[in-house]
Design a protein around this ligand. Structure first.
Ligand SMILES: C[S@@+](CC[C@H](N)C(=O)[O-])C[C@H]1O[C@@H](n2cnc3c(N)ncnc32)[C@H](O)[C@@H]1O
Length: 478
């Protein structure tokens, strides 16, 4: 490590900025955002303040003359951006008087460098590569941006406001640390991160005995919570930022059979992983047993993630779990996932709605033929309605028969979309009358049926049509 990351207080004196053009202006914006007072020598003779408002401009002193003979008294750092040959000369001057200096893109003449910055108010993350690769630093910054809660700065500010009163009430430092851990990891922290600052303030005010509150954590009585997380249809890159964060934070993950191993891999390395869904040839442990496991794990103080394929609230029984948790007084929250229909739509370019052609969508389940028989197909005959059938492979003949009997055209475009967003995904398209044959071609589930004119806009339909046209041309040529 050649450069030590430190945070500089820029309010103790002016920063000398030497240079011009967009490079200098970018640094000017950065300095002003850190409340710096800037003395600016525009080496191109043009003090261009575009993009800065009057309040920002008030921090800037427009200096004239030769920067090489500038008065450096009280200056806290020198920064050269777009300064050309003046940069190395300024660097020599700064070094002679022991002032920190940065010459942009010039490590030899710099005694400090700028990191890539994640700026969330009071929370600032600096990423450096020792000047080797600003592009790598930016990539790292993007990864951190993605994982940091948007309101993490608010959380730091909230704690900052309460620091002194709590310090006055808990003298012992380790206990104080546990107090803040409990606040941050518990419902109060969650309220702040959800933007509900007033409720968080009230909850903190309501803690009568902060030392006792902290002591509960020390005695293993921490509050657990359950986050119901939608895992999406398989591709781990389709997890939401919030889902990823919950997985990274989990002590234990209870997952269903539809969750892909790649998604599960995104959980914190030390988190326990507990399968609770059906496994090949074996039934699952049952909903009541799952509810009990979730409640017990949360009540033992663990951060629990309940991970479900797609979205937990679409044929995922998430509603039942949330109700059981509420009844047991366990704190819980829900993170949505990309449901299989959306995964299929994106991967195979099936626009689920289409102007003038498809104005409504119905998601339905046809787990068994008996479920399919229970569906009132007569309400699904509108040609401008796209129908997405979950768990419909076995019941495909009943789905076809029900829709045909209700009057939907046998020529309606349909598609079967299997293992969507996974490496072995497959889609076949055809007409409603041949739906069961399409299911036979798909080589196993999980799979969705999509029924409606929109399927004719999909990529597999277009490819299939092209193939048929080529075959006809070849036949004609023989
Ligand atoms: C119990 S439901 C769960 C649905 C899930 N909650 C969702 O939002 O996608 C299971 C059905 O979802 C569909 N499904 C789930 N993942 C899928 C995938 N990767 N490809 C195609 N269909 C999928 C299949 O119809 C499967 O039988």
């Amino acid at each position: 490590m050649r450069f030590l990351p430190v945070f500089l207080d820029l309010q103790t004196g002016p920063v000398l900025l030497v240079g011009g053009g967009e490079l200098a202006r970018a640094k000017l914006r950065l300095l002003v955002s850190a409340q710096a007072r800037v003395r600016w020598y525009a080496t191109d003779g043009h003090h261009d303040l575009r993009g800065l408002d009057a309040a920002d401009a008030a921090h800037i002193e427009l200096a004239e003359g030769d920067p090489l003979s500038a008065d450096l008294h009280g200056v806290i750092a020198i920064l050269c951006a777009g300064a050309g040959e003046v940069g190395p000369l300024m660097s020599a001057r700064a070094k002679a008087v022991g002032l920190p200096v940065n010459v942009m893109d010039d490590l030899t003449h710099s005694t400090f460098i700028f990191p890539a910055i994640v700026d969330r108010g009071d929370v600032v993350v600096a990423v450096g590569t020792g000047g080797a690769s600003p592009v790598v630093a930016r990539r790292v910054r993007e990864s951190i941006e993605a994982i940091l809660p948007a309101r993490i700065g608010d959380l730091a500010g909230f704690i900052g406001r309460w620091r002194k009163p709590i310090h006055d009430r808990i003298a012992e430092m380790p206990l104080r640390r546990r107090f803040w851990e409990r606040v941050i990891d518990g419902p109060i922290g969650a309220l702040v991160l959800a933007g509900r600052i007033n409720e968080a303030e009230t909850a903190l005010t309501d803690i009568r005995d902060p030392a006792d509150f902290a002591g509960a954590l020390a005695n293993g009585q921490a509050e657990g919570r359950v986050t119901l997380v939608g895992a999406g249809p398989g591709d781990p890159d389709l997890l939401t930022v919030k889902a990823l964060r919950a997985l990274q934070d989990a002590d234990v993950v209870f997952y269903d059979e539809l969750v892909s191993p790649e998604v599960l891999d995104r959980a914190r390395r030390d988190a326990s992983r507990v399968p609770v869904g059906r496994r090949v040839g074996k039934p699952g442990i049952g909903q009541d047993a799952i509810n009990t496991l979730l409640i017990e794990a949360a009540k033992s103080g663990q951060r629990v993630v309940r991970l479900k394929g797609g979205d937990g609230f679409i044929f995922g029984r998430g509603g039942e779990e949330i109700e059981a948790l509420r009844e047991a007084n366990v704190a819980c929250s829900v993170v949505p996932g990309i449901t299989a229909a959306m995964g299929a739509a994106a991967e195979f370019e099936v626009p689920l709605t289409f102007r003038h052609e498809a104005l409504r969508i119905t998601f339905l389940t046809a787990h068994k033929a008996t479920d399919a028989d229970a569906v009132d197909w007569s309400v699904l005959t509108d040609e401008k309605m796209t129908i997405v059938v979950y768990m419909g492979m076995t019941a495909a003949p009943s789905v076809r028969d029900g829709l045909l009997a209700a009057g939907r055209s046998p020529q309606t475009p349909v598609g079967v979309f299997a293992r969507v967003t996974r490496p072995d995904s497959k889609a076949v398209t055809g007409r409603l009358e041949g739906l069961p044959d399409l299911v036979d071609q798909i080589d196993g589930g999980p799979a969705l049926l999509i029924i409606g004119d929109v399927v004719a806009h999909s990529a597999p339909w277009r490819i299939q049509n092209l193939r048929q046209r080529i075959e006809k041309l070849l036949e004609a040529a023989e």
